[in-house]
Design a protein around this ligand. Structure first.
Ligand code: ZN
Length: 300
């Protein structure tokens, strides 16, 4: 009797958060979970497969993640091959027809964004992890706005009863986002043209948006770990062409950037990269607020 009671109670609590939510949403990365929360509020129950402290190119699909994929009405990922190493397996193993490629329950942000750094055939042959163009598209806030429009339509397709509410929330989000972008662009104006070194090309969209000039990368090739030889070459380059700072993200090891920065006597700066990557990056607005304030502090 006691075990039945515990079972019923557990079932009640497991079901409780979903009771008000029209959609069960799983996202590949935290930025899309945050965007879904902006657009759907309590109409969706949202969780993310990865955190800001995990490399989104490569994660282990644990059984708990598989269970979430099995229940999801909508799976939201970046696409552009970012999750190539783990997502196809997750979709296959989940046994959930709704979230398969081509289904309305699978949404790829890259299809709605402006994609940069599309490689030539030569780059692909050299093992570039960004063979479909650069997938780290969320760090250009203009892409966030584009994806928000696409996602709003998809949410309404899947949950037509609440279509007007998603549209209203998007209108509200877009107006707050446009105002915030103007503020961030003003804050970043002094950084325009600043030469920087990055760990991986996951900051290309941020650099493109703010006009930072990326003059070196710690990785010898996108997706390859920094090597001693490559870092030594980079240090030589910086003697002729100095950089203002070395940038890395919350999920990358600080070792290579600290090494280079201390020898080049410039600051090494960690950026949150996505929601949850720093105490300030609590949502999408906090992500850019914190990123801009860190950049400003390091390059006054
Ligand atoms: Zn990448």
């Amino acid at each position: 009797m006691k075990s039945l009671f515990v079972f019923v109670l557990t079932a009640f609590f497991l079901a409780a958060p979903a009771a008000n939510a029209a959609l069960n949403v799983l996202t590949c990365e935290p930025e899309w979970a945050a965007l879904t929360q902006e657009l759907a509020g309590d109409l969706a129950q949202v969780s993310s497969a990865t955190t800001a402290l995990q490399d989104p190119h490569r994660i282990q699909a644990r059984p708990s993640l598989l269970a979430k994929a099995r229940r999801a009405d909508l799976l939201i990922c970046t696409g552009a091959e970012l999750e190539m190493g783990w997502l196809p397996l997750l979709q296959r193993e989940a046994g959930n027809a709704r979230i398969q490629p081509g289904q309305p329950g699978y949404f790829e942000a890259a299809r709605f964004a402006r994609i940069i750094e599309r490689p030539t055939a030569l780059d692909r042959a050299q093992g570039d992890v960004h063979a479909s163009g650069n997938p780290h598209l969320h760090l250009d806030p203009r892409n966030i706005a584009r994806v928000a429009d696409g996602l709003t339509k998809r949410l309404a397709d899947l949950d037509p009863v609440n279509g007007a509410r998603y549209a209203q929330r998007n209108t509200d989000f877009q107006s707050r986002w446009t105002a915030a972008m103007a503020r961030w662009e003003q804050q970043g104006a002094r950084l325009r043209g600043a030469p920087v070194v990055v760990h991986h090309r996951n900051l290309s969209y941020l650099a493109d948006w703010l006009g930072l000039q990326v003059i070196g990368e710690l990785e010898p090739r996108p997706g390859m770990e920094p090597t001693a030889g490559h870092l030594a070459e980079l240090l030589e380059t910086l003697k002729a062409t100095p950089a203002r700072m070395v940038l890395r993200t919350a999920y990358e090891s600080p070792k290579a950037s600290e090494w280079l920065a201390s020898r080049a006597t410039i600051p090494a700066l960690e950026l949150p990269y996505t929601v949850g990557g720093s105490p300030g990056a609590k949502d999408l607005f906090g992500l850019f607020d914190d990123t801009l304030s860190r950049l400003q502090q390091s390059a006054p």
